[in-house]
Each structure stands twice: as C-alpha cells, then as structure tokens.
Design a binder for this molecule. Structure first.
Ligand SMILES: [Zn+2]
Ligand SMILES: [Zn+2]
Length: 230
C-alpha cells in the first residue's frame, strides 16, 4: 500500500521531479541567472523590430517613436524576467504540523494576485488574477512569496495551463504540504485584440493537488475563500 499513501487522507504529496539531492541539481528558480544578451545582439534586434514596426505602419521618424524599437525590446525583456529565476522565493519557515484533522483543514488562501504573462503562441499578453491556497504540513511560506511564485512563472512565454501547473507543483516541491489549490482567471489579448473571441471573456483554470484533489469540501472552501460562488 506504500504507493497509495499520497491518496491517504492528510498524506503529504511527494515532490514532483525531485530525482536527486545532488546540489548540482538545484531547483530551477535558484540556478537561473541573468540572460546573456550582448550589445551587438541588442542592436541587431532593434533593427529587426524597427523594420517590422515600420512595415506594419508605424512612423519611426518622430521624436516620440524614434526609440520605440528599443523600448519595445526592453519592455519585452522585463516582461520575461521569470526566466532569470527568483532566489528570494526560497525561504520557507518551519511550523508545527498538529496532525490529524486540524493540520489538514486549515487552509491558507491568498489572492487575488494579479499577473501578466505572454502567450507562447502569439507572444501577446494574457493577464488576470491568481488565487493560491495550501494546507501546510511542516513548512509555511510568507504570503509575499506566493506573489513571487506566481510572477516567477507568469513572466515568461507560457500558456495558462502550464502556468497553473508550475505554480502548484513548485509549491508542492517547496513545502511538501498536504494540499495545494491554484485558480487562474485570465483574459487573453491574442484573441481579444483581434476580435476572435468575445471581449471580456475570461479563461478559468483550476489545479488541485493532495487533499484538494481528494476532498470536495476542501475545494468548496477554497473557492469560497477566493470569493467564487458556484
Ligand atoms: Zn495566444
Ligand atoms: Zn501535517
């Protein structure tokens, strides 16, 4: 029955993908650093972006637009800073698991946490809010770190599905909690700006791990804490 322990009531969730304790195999957000783009590459990118913007109709020969290719690239670079990791995410604090029902039932829910991501299919933004909940075991994390966690994965080229999975699985990896719940509500500009889909339409995705996966009551409590009444 060993393999079924994870499904046991109140069981901890095994961390995903933790294959080894080798220090070289650091967690992804620790080992990442600044991206290396040299000046020559920046100049080349500016030229390319300038060509595209001009061809599409932008007049770059005005005081307001002369530096637009440069600014566009800088904004895109900043919006994808999640690839550089976030060492400050690390701090988890020990707490006391009271075991039994108490330990499982008390969930912490944080949100709405606003996020801005870039759809990897169109490189255009999708943005919205995240609600993150978890049931701690022996580790807790500062509330502000949940915001960092969301932004670490949002500031990349991604899709909503993967974003939610990464947030949930990383929280599992960080805290080995009894359960994790993540809900994302987002508007996708790649469809809205082009009139493919109704404006204002929201895409909602929810991810459950551990006790949330097992117990409908936990899911209801999370949704109600997040202000969602279904
Ligand atoms: Zn898209
Ligand atoms: Zn516990």
């Amino acid at each position: 029955m060993q393999a079924d322990l994870t499904k046991a009531r109140g069981g901890q969730i095994p961390a995903p993908d933790r294959r080894t304790t080798d220090p070289e195999d650091a967690r992804p957000w620790e080992s990442l650093g600044p991206r290396q783009i040299d000046l020559e590459e920046w100049r080349r990118f500016e030229t390319s972006v300038g060509e595209i913007l001009t061809a599409f109709g932008l007049d770059l020969a005005t005081p307001g637009t002369a530096a637009t290719p440069q600014r566009f690239l800088k904004a895109l670079y900043d919006a994808t800073a999640g690839y550089e990791g976030d060492p400050q995410l690390l701090t988890a604090f020990p707490t006391e698991c009271r075991g039994g029902p108490d330990c499982r039932i008390s969930q912490i829910v944080e949100g709405p946490i606003s996020f801005y991501a870039l759809c990897e299919h169109h490189a255009l933004p999708f943005h919205g809010v995240a609600y993150v909940g978890y049931v701690a075991h022996e580790q807790i994390i500062g509330i502000s770190k949940l915001t960092r966690l969301v932004r670490l994965f949002a500031r990349r080229f991604t899709v909503q599905e993967r974003l939610g999975q990464q947030i949930a699985d990383t929280l599992v990896d960080l805290l080995q909690p009894h359960g994790v719940a993540v809900r994302l509500e987002a508007e996708h500009l790649c469809t809205q700006m082009r009139g493919v889909r109704e404006e204002q339409s929201k895409t909602v995705t929810t991810f459950w791990r551990g006790t949330f996966d097992d117990e409908a009551e936990m899911r209801r409590e999370f949704l109600s804490e997040a202000g969602i009444h279904g």
